[in-house]
Design a protein around this ligand. Structure first.
Ligand SMILES: [Zn+2]
Length: 206
């Protein structure tokens, strides 16, 4: 029987739950969908005789064990970081872009920590990543746009005349192509003016 504890309990002194007590009551043998990078916790799970599959997801933090999610994130047309609709109220839960070298590096670092903790395998939570984000206005980060241009040239699709650089698609063109409108820009996330001011104008557009 595989037990998905999600996190190791008790999480603090007030937490009434105990992962291992519940696992024992349920006659669990294996553990899946558990967020932990703690080797001692993985050792405790392995005492049940089965396999352990720690969870990894589409929004690993910049550094394993950290809480910042800013590097290599999925961006919308205006350069805002994107999150899943059901995570909008969870502060700073920005999804990572599968085409971003920075995000890949964060992902690998997290996976390595999980393997070092003793996991037998990794369970990918929310696996669609960028494919899911298509419905939320992303991803239009520089890495995805570079891939887009590469694919266009591969299939001999000529982009409309562009400003300055011949390799930069126009904002209006992308609006029509990805969003079906030249007027409204759908936003996935509430506008964070402070963050936008810190980031400055998005580098993709002129
Ligand atoms: Zn991207």
């Amino acid at each position: 029987m595989a037990f998905p504890s999600r996190w190791i309990h008790p999480r603090d002194a007030k937490d009434p739950w105990d992962t291992f007590e519940v696992a024992e009551a349920l006659h669990a043998t294996d553990f899946v969908w558990t967020y932990s990078l703690d080797g001692q916790a993985v050792g405790g799970m392995k005492q049940f005789g089965g396999k352990v599959f720690l969870a990894i997801n589409s929004l690993v933090p910049d550094e394993p064990g950290g809480s910042e999610r800013l590097q290599g994130r999925i961006l919308d047309l205006d350069g805002n970081r994107v999150t899943a609709p059901w995570m909008r109220n969870w502060k700073g839960r920005y999804w990572g872009c599968a085409n971003s070298p920075q995000y890949r590096s964060s992902y690998e670092a997290y996976a390595k920590r999980a393997v070092d903790a003793g996991t037998d395998g990794l369970q990918m939570d929310d696996p669609p990543m960028n494919v899911a984000a298509l419905r939320w206005g992303g991803c239009l980060c520089p890495h995805c746009m570079a891939e887009f241009r590469e694919q266009c040239s591969r299939i001999r699709l000529r982009l409309p005349r562009t400003q300055k650089s011949t390799t930069r698609p126009r904002k209006g063109y992308c609006r029509r192509m990805f969003l079906g409108t030249t007027h409204a820009t759908p936003r996935c996330n509430p506008t964070n003016q402070k963050e936008e001011a810190a980031r400055g104008k998005h580098a993709l557009w002129h």
